[in-house]
Design a binder for this molecule. Structure first.
Ligand code: NAD
Ligand code: WQD
Length: 343
């Protein structure tokens, strides 16, 4: 019998890529998304890539009544991948209650139904943001978490705590939290990718929009960090590689291979690249001459972080496969497709 997987936030950036990978591995998916940060058209795109348009329900998961009604209707769910959350770091500083309400209530409503209906498996979207600026690099899973810089980051830390405590109190429940580093890129089909609303906050969408002529130039935030070229370092993970980690995590839960009923893994490449290195790689692989200037540091930014991925590599048998160059090219191909620019 096919296993039905609930993917919350499944029309979003990482969720949509994960739905593709799940369907390609034969899983039956139902998506819940309120479309607060994504488009219904994504369902057609997933249908084009996989030959199957997933089941879809549109509602806000922070609404407990609607969430309960959903689970009354869908009684064959074996596992949940919970992507749905607000994720804009800057916005969360000005609207903390929106972030706490949305991100915490959605998780608690799901856990409540898991407990009551004996749905025992969840994969949760966590973030490297829980580490803050680590004292030692690369970060391993037991590197101490630091006080979050933003309400958004704090929701990820609190959600991890909620999962840990629920797994302890309800031993039938099994959760895997995946701590993503910086997801970038798009599906090789260029049918799905990242579509930020308004001016992008994140580096790669800003670069591709600048290259496409929507922005005049990229501002590089600071070149006086303690790094080889002075610009900040991150671990940029290809979104399809990241999506595959979710399928592996689901297999692990369904095959009961875990070592404890609450596990958490770093999902990155294990390599750090500076902003300038990334910009230069983008120019090299696309041949587009990108205008950029150095400006002041951005408030709240950390200097450098990258993952130690050995636990994910050894325990999950997962490894990032796509090069930074190929990933940036996929992001550019997607941007061109969205903007109707030819090859
Ligand atoms: P996204 O905004 O593209 O996708 C999230 C989806 O959830 C959107 O489609 C949105 O409409 C939906 N959603 C939000 N709140 C909802 C609610 N209450 N009910 C129903 N649907 C709701 O974001 P993404 O980049 O795909 O991120 C997915 C997850 O990964 C998020 O939890 C995010 O915090 C986490 N994460 C993202 C990054 C990143 O840089 N993109 C890094 C680390 C962790
Ligand atoms: C990357 C680097 C910027 C834009 C954010 C969240 C984090 C996680 C991942 C969800 C930094 C620099 C950026 C620009 C620049 N998300 N930059 N010019 O800040 O590492 O992480 O996404 O959990 O919580 O904070 O990602 O893409 O914004 O920035 O120079 O126009 O690019 O300063 O060094 P960040 P980012």
């Amino acid at each position: 019998m096919k296993k039905q997987i609930l993917v919350t936030g499944g029309t979003g950036y990482i969720g949509s890529h994960t739905v593709v990978e799940l369907q390609e591995k034969g899983y039956e998916v139902v998506i819940v998304d309120d479309l607060s940060n994504s488009s219904i058209d994504v369902l057609d795109a997933i249908g084009k890539i996989t030959g199957l348009r997933p089941a879809f329900e549109q509602f806000d998961l922070s609404d407990s009544i609607k969430t309960n009604t959903f689970f009354d209707k869908y009684t064959d769910i074996e596992a949940i991948i919970h992507f749905a959350a607000f994720k804009a770091v800057g916005e969360s500083v000005g609207k903390p209650l929106n972030y706490y309400r949305n991100n915490l209530n959605s998780l608690m409503n799901l856990l409540d139904n898991m407990k009551r209906r004996n749905i025992i498996n969840m994969v949760f979207s966590s973030s490297c943001t829980v580490y803050g600026q680590p004292d030692v690099l690369p970060v391993v899973e037991n590197t101490p978490r630091k006080q979050a810089e933003s309400p958004y980051g704090n929701t990820k830390s609190i959600c991890e705590d909620i999962l840990r405590d629920c797994c302890k109190a309800y031993p039938q429940i099994n959760c895997i939290a995946l701590r993503y580093f910086n997801p970038i890129g798009a599906h090789p089909s260029s049918l799905i990718g990242e579509l930020p609303l308004g001016v992008p906050n994140n580096l790669v969408p800003f670069i591709t929009q600048t290259a496409a002529g929507l922005r005049d130039e990229l501002s590089i935030f600071g070149d006086n960090y303690n790094t080889p070229d002075g610009t900040a370092i991150r671990d940029y993970i290809n979104v399809v590689d990241l999506a595959k980690a979710h399928v592996i995590a689901i297999n692990r839960l369904l095959n009961k291979k875990r070592t404890s009923n609450y596990e958490y893994f770093n999902i990155g490449t294990g390599e750090g690249y500076s902003v300038l290195q990334l910009v230069k790689t983008f120019i090299a692989v696309t041949g587009v001459n990108l205008a950029y200037k150095i400006v002041e540091r951005r408030a709240g930014d950390i200097e450098k972080i990258w993952a130690d991925t050995s636990i994910a590599n050894n325990e999950l048998g997962w490894k990032a496969e796509t090069s930074l160059g190929d990933t940036l090219l996929s992001a550019w191909n997607w941007e061109k497709k969205v903007r109707g620019l030819g090859n």
